[in-house]
Design a protein around this ligand. Structure first.
Ligand SMILES: [Zn+2]
Ligand SMILES: [Zn+2]
Length: 133
């Protein structure tokens, strides 16, 4: 019962918020709303990690890009608990191997509290221009 040791984040509730968002209510009352594409992009499985690593290292045109069969919109088709520490999210592009640990999900929370401006979160291009320094 030491207070120094922060318990791992535990979701109290995971639900589809709408066609494009997943919502997690955490045990501590924090609420996270994730755009599906964010979760899909951050898929922690081995093959996605590999793809991302390759993509950042070199943008080779030979890269076997997943987008060939990628749907316009990513939608989780199934979400199930994996033990007491993670969820497995199956996507509508047939990708089913993503095991998202609660820790990772909490880290990915895009809200203003978890991502105060100017913090580590790298800006992405999708929603507009990223100012270059
Ligand atoms: Zn993956
Ligand atoms: Zn948050």
């Amino acid at each position: 019962m030491t207070e120094k040791f922060a318990p791992p984040p535990i979701p109290r509730e995971i639900k589809k918020l709408d066609a494009e968002h997943l919502k997690i209510i955490w045990h501590d009352g924090h609420e996270s709303v994730y755009p599906h594409r964010l979760l899909r992009r951050e898929c922690p499985c081995a093959s996605c990690c590999e793809e991302r690593a390759k993509a950042t290292k070199q943008s080779s045109p030979l890269l076997r890009v997943v987008t060939r069969s990628a749907p316009q919109q990513y939608v989780p088709t199934n979400i199930k608990l994996v033990g007491r520490y993670a969820v497995n999210i199956e996507w509508n592009d047939q990708h089913t191997s993503g095991i998202y640990s609660f820790k990772l999900l909490r880290k990915l929370c895009p809200c203003g509290v978890c991502r105060p401006e100017g913090s580590a979160a790298p800006p992405h291009n999708e929603f507009g221009q990223v100012p270059e320094e």
